[in-house]
Design a protein around this ligand. Structure first.
Ligand SMILES: Nc1ncnc2c1ncn2[C@@H]1O[C@H](COP(=O)(O)OP(=O)(O)OP(=O)(O)O)[C@@H](O)[C@H]1O
Length: 251
């Protein structure tokens, strides 16, 4: 298993948000995390990433067989974990181009390397755009495309995407989905895929363009059910999260 989460309980600002989450993701797999507002989806992401305000009070997180529960965020990123944030902060004084150089271990005094320039072009970013401060005054779509560009500079083994399609128009969703496919080895046959991912989506629109192996529904801090993404989404579209709430009560 690439990622193994066992009985994870997490408190934020003194409130227990995750109440015993179990989740395993194998190499080459893409999983989807569904659930109503406030269920704890982003909390799970930020705990996997090791943000200090998310206090693990029970359970463990293993990555590539190593217990990472007490590692810093920087150590986890070095091990190969990446994230596309739902609403990333603006960074004054650091340009997108400089950030890309830092992520891809390039000297910031040098020209951005041709591979990154080409990726920036693919994501519809001009040279002038690369000189702008990260996320400062960016449109919703530009923020999302910039997050994906940073991930392409990093190429993590495991990537979490928090609502990658929210606030993005149809044309740009297709573009983003194609790059997300690159980050998840979708251009390779399933048996030789190595990169894995976990995707939060509310409406499931992105799944029309990015295939997923398994979905999980998080209700009030526990995973109430797991299974085929299309079947689970269809149930939720028909009857909302009511069925999942009943399942959660049986756990
Ligand atoms: N830093 C924080 N301080 C206080 N409460 C927090 C903090 N972070 C999360 N919470 C609370 O934890 C609960 C879960 O929030 P979280 O953002 O993880 O939910 P979510 O499932 O991602 O929701 P959404 O679908 O609306 O994005 C919410 O009640 C939220 O208010």
């Amino acid at each position: 298993m690439l990622l193994e989460i066992e009985n994870l309980a997490v408190e934020v600002a003194g409130k227990r948000v995750l109440k015993g989450v179990n989740l395993s993701i194998a190499e080459g797999e893409t999983h989807v995390l569904l659930g109503p507002n406030g269920a704890g989806k982003s909390t799970l992401f930020l705990t996997i990433l090791g943000f200090p305000q998310y206090d693990v009070v029970e359970g463990s997180i293993k990555f590539k067989g190593q217990d990472i529960t007490n590692l810093t965020t920087a150590e986890r990123v070095q091990l190969g974990i990446g994230v596309s944030f739902q609403t990333p902060p603006a960074i004054r004084g650091i340009s997108v181009g400089d950030l890309l150089k830092i992520i891809s271990n390039q000297d910031v005094r040098e020209e951005l390397n041709p591979r990154m320039k080409e990726l920036a072009n693919q994501l519809k970013f001009s040279d002038e755009f690369l000189d702008r401060d990260v996320n400062l005054g960016f449109s919703g779509g530009e923020v999302k495309r910039s997050e994906i560009l940073q991930l392409l500079a990093q190429m993590p083994d495991f990537t979490m995407f928090d609502e990658p399609d929210s606030g993005v128009d149809i044309e740009n969703v297709e573009l983003l989905a194609s790059e997300i496919g690159t980050l998840l080895d979708k251009d390779k046959p399933q048996r030789i895929r190595q990169r894995s991912g976990l995707l939060i989506t509310h409406l499931g629109y992105i799944l029309n363009f990015v295939s997923a192996d398994k979905a999980h529904v998080l209700i009030d801090g526990v995973i109430s059910c797991s299974g085929n993404p299309n079947e689970i989404l269809e149930d939720i579209r028909k009857s909302g999260f009511n069925g999942c709430v009943e399942c959660a009560q049986c756990l």
